[in-house]
Design a protein around this ligand. Structure first.
Ligand code: SAH
Length: 350
């Protein structure tokens, strides 16, 4: 790659300052550029109006600004907005803005497609896969923040890594993005308002604990019975429940933060009392919460939302065992923006 093609957004503020210093310019110019890139979402050197013409030309000679674009936007009846985001290499990921009462949540993607193969998730069927780089993750947040201001007159309040992809299989880039999102000089969001959702990559949960990541952790459990989980999430054969349990205990010990289990109840798959009992046992090992998610249909005919009686069985048994449980209604279903529906109707194309 020639120098002229280097993406300026891969540089830290210090590196930008050094760049100006080595070109006999004042280092504070680097801070100005950083502010344009990261506070003002400026994607054109010519718009950096506090730099001289020569300084802008210098930047143009050495760098490009790779950034994402909203390629299409759909609004749901419930206010949810689904964005198809075009990356610099023309691949598409999806990011969703979810307004609930006074909060606005961004649901962002961490990969194009997904490394995993959950049978009930539309994203898992996508063939093309690459990791998103940190800037592509931050850009989704910036884009949704701007939409939140535009449509709801308030900034983004929460971020969930529950879009396309498995965040813990793109760990370094996700953490770099989190650093930038929580940096007071950029978006400055509290890590407590960010949730990282994983299908349960035990080794990486331990790494998150060792790295003292201050975000919330959610684990997509869906079954606490090994054979059932292996069937609906085939990759979990490599990630046994015992290891997961141990990793979550380690996370709690190191961070003091309760994990949330995401759980969908399906007809004939995990809707019996023995399934509930296994979940209760699993939850008892480490303080945790359960989030029962409404199933969003995909093209797979084997998965059907369980009936209300089965859901109530879960709720009652968990409550009796003093395990906090919430039920999450699906949002943006009419535009395929709900959990597990991203790219349901349209695969990303180059
Ligand atoms: N790979 C990560 C994050 C992406 S999915 C993870 O698995 O946690 C975000 C959540 O949506 C996960 O809990 C996932 O299990 C759930 N999900 C996937 N498909 C779904 C569907 N069709 N209906 C409801 N939830 C679904």
């Amino acid at each position: 790659m020639s120098t002229a093609q280097k993406d300026i957004r891969a540089l830290t503020k210090e590196e930008l300052k050094d760049f100006f210093a080595t070109h006999n310019e004042a280092p504070f110019r680097g801070s100005q550029v950083y502010e344009w890139l990261w506070n003002k979402a400026c994607y054109d050197f010519d718009d950096m109006t506090n730099l001289s013409k020569d300084q802008r030309a210098l930047l143009r000679k050495h760098f490009v600004i790779n950034h994402v674009e909203v390629s299409s936007l759909q609004r749901s009846k419930d206010g949810t907005i689904k964005n198809a985001i075009r990356l610099h290499d023309n691949l598409i990921v999806e990011s969703v803005l979810i307004p609930v009462k006074q909060r606005t949540t961004a649901c962002v993607s961490s990969q194009v497609g997904c490394s995993l193969d959950c049978e009930f998730c539309a994203t898992a069927s996508l063939k093309r896969m690459r990791n998103l780089n940190p800037d592509e993750i931050v850009d989704q947040v910036t884009t949704i923040n701007q939409q939140s201001l535009l449509y709801f007159d308030r900034p983004l309040s929460n971020i969930v890594f529950m879009g396309m992809g498995e965040p813990l299989m793109n760990y370094n880039n996700v953490m770099k993005a989190v650093d930038k999102i929580t940096d007071p000089e950029t978006i400055g969001m509290s890590p407590k308002r960010i949730t990282i959702s994983t299908s349960g990559v035990s080794k990486m949960i331990k790494k998150m604990a060792d790295d003292q990541v201050r975000c919330n952790l959610a684990v997509s459990l869906h079954s606490a019975i090994e054979e059932v989980r292996n069937k609906i999430m085939p990759f979990t054969r490599k990630f046994p429940l015992e290891e997961l349990k141990e990793a979550i205990a380690y996370w709690y010990e190191k961070t003091g933060s309760r994990v949330t289990y995401e759980y969908v109840v399906w007809k004939g798959i995990n809707d019996q009392q023995e399934d509930v009992n296994a979940l209760v046992d699993f939850c008892k090992t480490t303080p945790s919460k359960v989030n029962l998610i409404e199933y969003n249909p995909t093209d797979n005919p084997h998965f059907l939302q369980a009936d209300t009686a089965a859901l109530n069985r879960y709720i009652n048994t968990l409550e009796r065992n003093r395990i906090p449980v919430t039920v999450r209604r699906s949002r943006g279903k009419d535009i395929d923006a709900a959990c597990g529906q991203l790219a349901n109707k349209k695969a990303p194309t180059a």
